[in-house]
Design a protein. Sequence first.
Length: 250
Amino acid sequence: MYLPGAIILASDSELADEMQTDPKKAMKDLAVNHPGLFIFMNFINAFAVAALCEEFVKYFGYRMVQTPCFSNQSLKSTGSAITVAMVSVSLGFACCENLIYIFVYSPPGIAIQASTLLARSFFPVHPLCAAIQSIGVCKRDLEGDKRYGLGWISLPAIMLHGSFDFVLMIAAYFYQVENIKEGNDDDGGNVTTPDTDEDVDIVSQLPAMICGLILVVVGYLWYVMQSRAQTKRLAAMDVAAVRDQNSLLV
């Protein structure tokens, strides 16, 4: 991320000088005049920093959990237990993250903090991605598909999580750029009333929220199809195991 920025500064002497004298204004000019840099940075932040790290944390959090013995249960029941365990880990992760967003990132105020929590509750990305990961874990541990390592298990969840974060980051970036151009940022001279500013925020965030909701729905439908197909395979394996056991007893 630093290399493209360094190249831009090296090719633009005025921007480089401004970075020394007025870094805040220089960053605003950089954001307005070089959107490709910020789109690239948001892409890296969404997929590598956020999605990759968080999905790995949830996976290894599940691996560290002390789970009960599944030796006396059917494969179908074991698969359900794995999904419940992974979703439970992700809910703990989401709870901690929501507390940070409410008490650290959000401005003080009960109304704002409640609206932040409500908005994040509409997008259950963390538990959904954990459920998607459980499909791969069951394929590896129960169906015996050794092709499913950590990468293939986490890839669908990373793609969904990264796409969701990328949409929100890009929307926030272009919203801030528009504020800078119109002079409505923190240093701008234009002042809007709180009611008008709140209405503009809601309208500007609506497309990103709709796109995020579409991604969540698509991810949920994909999980439902994969889960039903896997449940049928595990049930067939249970029937085959019982049939083999009965044949040995005979």
